[in-house]
Structure formats: structure tokens, C-alpha cells
Design a protein around this ligand. Structure first.
Ligand SMILES: [Zn+2]
Length: 152
């Protein structure tokens, strides 16, 4: 975990979420491009926000910071380039707080938070996908990394 200096959780989370044990095999729509990378489909509740994510879902982060605990989100960190919005950008609203470094995106209509966006310490644009918004993902089988975002 990145030590202390990180502003609002997610930046540290990105650093902390380097891929560790594979273990669980994702059960989503097969991508077919690379070995274990898959294409996951996700959406808000009403469907006004829909998206796809490419990658290997090997585990999730359960963060106890002020916003993650309220959302109940289980997070999967991916490069922002791996997230493709299938619905108009305007369907999403953005919430920021504290140092304003993370864009917490949510559906303007149903209020569900499917993902957040931010910049990793490395400078890379990242997205934190709420895996509870993905189709065909059984998160109960995924390794969960508990992150003490509240302590930041
Ligand atoms: Zn919605």
C-alpha cells in the first residue's frame, strides 16, 4: 500500500491493486483476443449507462472509505483505456469531494455508481469498476482485498 500521502483512497488503491494471485477464472463473455482477458459488460440499473471492460478480473477491492462504504462497491482497477462507454457521456453525472482527484461517475437517472475515474501515482488514467454492476460476474468467488481507505 502506498504510504499515507495519497489524497482520497483510490490513488493508493490503484497502487495496491497490482495483480496478485490469479486463482478465480472469470465467467464472462469470452473476449478471444488474449489469453485470459475477457470482455465484461456492465450497466447502471436503468440501462441509461452501459459499458464494456477488457481485462482479467482476478480479484476485487473492498474499501472502507467514506464513499465506498456507502456505495457498497467492490472495485476492480483497470486502465481507463480498457473501459468503453456504450451510452452517451451525458448520461453520467460526476461527484467529487475532498481533493477532487477522483471522478465518481453515476447515472443521472437511477443514481447507480458503475465506476470512478482517476490518475494513478504512475500518471496513468485508471478506472475503478464497481463489479456489482457487471453482468455474469459472481463476485462471491473472487478474492477480496480489504483496503483501509478510511485511514488515509
Ligand atoms: Zn441508470
Amino acid at each position: 500500500m502506498a504510504g499515507g500521502a495519497s489524497p482520497t483512497g483510490m490513488a493508493s488503491l490503484v497502487a495496491a491493486s497490482d495483480r496478485t494471485t490469479p486463482g478465480a477464472t472469470p465467467t464472462a463473455v469470452a473476449g478471444g483476443e488474449r489469453s485470459t482477458a475477457m470482455i465484461y459488460k456492465g450497466s447502471c440499473h436503468c440501462g441509461q449507462v452501459a459499458f464494456e471492460v477488457d481485462g482479467e478480473l482476478n480479484g476485487v477491492v473492498d474499501c472502507n472509505c467514506s464513499i465506498c462504504s456507502r456505495k457498497g462497491a467492490l472495485l476492480w482497477f483497470v486502465p481507463r483505456a480498457k473501459l468503453r462507454l456504450l451510452t452517451p457521456e451525458e448520461n453520467l453525472a460526476t461527484y467529487t469531494f475532498n481533493k477532487q482527484v477522483i471522478q465518481h461517475r453515476f447515472c443521472r437517472r437511477c443514481g447507480i455508481h458503475p465506476f470512478g475515474e482517476g490518475i494513478a501515482p504512475s500518471g496513468e488514467s485508471m478506472a475503478a469498476i464497481n463489479v456489482r454492476c457487471l453482468e455474469a460476474v459472481d463476485w462471491s468467488t473472487l478474492p477480496i482485498r480489504h483496503f483501509d481507505g478510511r485511514a488515509l
